[in-house]
Write a protein that binds this ligand. Sequence first.
Ligand code: PMP
Length: 351
Amino acid sequence: MSRFWSPRIKDLTPYVPGEQPKLRDLVKLNTNEHPLGPSPRVLEAIRAEAGDSLRLYPDPNGDALKSKLADYHGVSPKQVFLGNGSDEVLAHIFFGLFQHGKPILFPDITYSFYPVYCGIYNIEARAIPVAGDFSIRPEDYRGDCGGIIFPNPNAPSGKALALSEVERIVGSNPDVVVVIDEAYVDFGAETAIGLVDRYPNLLVTQTLSKSRSLAGLRVGFAVGHADLIEALERVKNSFNSYPLDRLALVGAVAAYEDEAYFRQATEYVVRERQRVTDGLEQLGFEVVPSAANFVLARHPDHAGADIAAALRERSIIVRHFNKPRIENHLRITIGSETQNDALLGALPDIV
Ligand code: PMP
């Protein structure tokens, strides 16, 4: 800290990202990346773009990608907003679409970035406890507030909320923007994008980091009523008009041109999720039923931190959150068959 820091900076509690270890031969099951690579078409598109055109600025509107996403999701390009990962999209939403001066509602537990955004924009955060089985209860999300946000499936529980329940939350809060963060939706939940034309207060965010296996490219987007999207464009253009670089734009378009690969890669993760769940349960773990590419699990006889440390000694990295409600849980990303075998093979020595 120095005398140049403003009081706002002194009070910030920044997000602590999952570790990105420099060693390569680790079994890395800590940040929910896809175990398979992206579609070969993505790599071809990026290689083709990686030449002289890099002299030139990218399309500031990302029109080709907006049209591709709009077609894919059955909306108009005016209903699509692009960002550098969905984290950037969320940052602009917290700044531009949530009403400051009233609390923002989100579940406890949930994605730990939400309170960080509230901190940076000086908005009150109101964390609403999930039920004992980690479900979100729609009836808890009402009353005077500045906006509502939750992931579906939720993180780090992996628990999905039925679309009818999502709709209940959106419909019973018509005066505020309700954001459904669908980072993990493709692994087993129902998207709310089909509802955006019915609810002008609904905004759905998605990312290419998880099911499209492109975390390194940093592409996320929001879909909603054109008025909400226009607000986000105004915020974005007040910071920086180029959220996506040329390689990200062409790579992302190509990802949506290979549906067969996407299906197959998603099914692979879903299959492995079942195998990991079964394997953990056989070892005595309690596993929260997951609709995502990770599972939240605890062992009744061992502290989460101890299991995580013992796995690390064996070069396997999982996520342990030092937070109430889940301090004894581990969040384990579903890896490749080999990685999951390594995990399930190491655990009998530990538990
Ligand atoms: N939402 C949730 C619930 C997440 O877990 C993540 C990934 N950490 C994100 C959004 C952001 O992902 P990205 O910025 O890579 O799109």
